[in-house]
Design a protein around this ligand. Structure first.
Ligand code: ADP
Ligand code: MG
Length: 347
């Protein structure tokens, strides 16, 4: 489908590896003074005044994305977002990325251009520099591996391990929408396969689809928390669903947690889509994933500073480890949160 959309199909062999790299990277500008040398030498050179944060994520066709409904530009944008989200989850400022791709000859140069348009837009919007990468052939699919670098003062970096008994659990934005966006895209793909002349019916779900295809990492939260004079005790980004992120925080901090079902922030369109798909919206929030929101704990005394903020929801609190990790349902029932998401059949 992607190939059909673009009338121009220049084979990658025509440019060769070096020609392709030159072609796709020539329009990137450097925005950070810490970027000493970007693309073009044997290695990039960066200079940091503070501690350096490094993270890598790989996206594999057929595992993490399906090109029959993910436009390459969105894929490029998202591949940067998933990495920046991890930098922001350390409370660091993202500064540079490297992008490595393995690509089969079924993709023309124009497809790579589209991918890099998304990467360039993400770099521009988030003030990060593309400083290098690698390009190689692949037998079948497309693989994108991004490494992001960031920096922060030693004492401002926030780990998963700092949550303490009595702390409040806070999540930014809302959760579950990206997962429901994926359900809608999968459904429309199936409808299209059955009847290629059908028009996709996705208008009512634009927020959900945007959350799936064009996630935005929470660059703004570090600044917001500084303005509010709140320093989280622990933090993680929500990439795999609330339940597994809560378990990570609890394990690393050696604490227990209570999460309140009624407090989980859901967009109204998530609730209506869940009804339509006959899914439980709490399960979607707990196990869905790809929200790229931040989940963190704060000291109880900081409650007044954040309570009125529309970007922040208090969804639970920290307990001693021996109390375990539980969801408190709307009816007051306590259900253990398990590693593989939320198991509604066990207590
Ligand atoms: P080398 O052979 O020294 O590894 P390459 O020919 O692989 O060099 O890359 C040349 C330059 O282009 C390097 O600066 C490298 O970081 C950059 N580069 C290669 N592939 C990509 C890519 N897919 N995206 C961004 N930069 C790339
Ligand atoms: Mg190389």
């Amino acid at each position: 489908m992607i190939e059909d959309k673009n009338p121009l199909r220049t084979p990658i062999e025509q440019l060769g590896e070096f020609g392709l790299i030159d072609h796709i990277t020539k329009s990137f500008n450097i925005q950070n003074s810490g970027t000493v040398k970007a693309i073009g030498d044997d290695a990039a050179v960066v200079k940091f005044e503070k501690h350096t944060v490094i993270t890598t994520d790989m996206l594999v066709e057929g595992i993490h994305f399906d090109l029959s409904y993910v436009p390459l530009k969105h894929l490029g944008y998202k591949s940067i977002m998933v990495n920046l989200s991890d930098v922001y989850a350390m409370n660091a400022v993202a500064t540079q990325v490297t992008v490595s791709i393995a690509i089969s000859n079924r993709f023309p140069v124009e497809a790579v251009e589209e991918l890099y348009e998304g990467i360039a837009l993400a770099c521009m919007n988030y003030n990060v520099d593309l400083i290098g990468g690698d390009t190689t052939a692949s037998n079948t699919g497309l693989v994108i591996s991004v490494t992001a670098l960031g920096e922060q003062d030693k004492d401002k970096i926030i780990y998963r391990s700092g949550a303490g008994d009595g702390d409040l659990l806070v999540v930014t934005g809302d959760v579950g929408a990206a997962y429901m966006g994926l359900q809608i895209l999968e459904r429309e793909k199936a409808v299209f396969k059955a009847n290629p002349s059908s028009q996709p019916d996705i208008e009512a779900y634009s927020y959900l689809i945007e959350r799936q295809l064009k996630p935005e990492a929470r660059k703004d939260i570090a600044k917001l928390l500084e303005e509010l004079d709140v320093k989280p005790t622990s933090m993680i980004d929500v990439s795999d669903g609330l339940s597994s992120e809560i378990i990570h925080l609890c394990k690393q901090s050696s604490v227990g947690m209570k999460l309140y079902e009624e407090k989980i922030p859901l967009d109204p369109t998530v609730i209506s889509a869940c009804e339509e798909f006959n899914l439980d919206s709490t399960t979607v929030a707990l196990s869905g994933g790809e929200d790229y929101e931040l989940l963190f704990t704060i000291k109880q005394e900081d409650f007044p500073k954040i309570k009125a903020n529309p970007s922040l929801s208090i969804i639970g609190h920290v307990l001693p480890q021996s109390d375990g990790i539980h969801l408190v349902t709307r009816s007051g029932e306590q259900i253990a949160i398990k590693a593989m998401g939320w198991n509604s059949f066990e207590n």
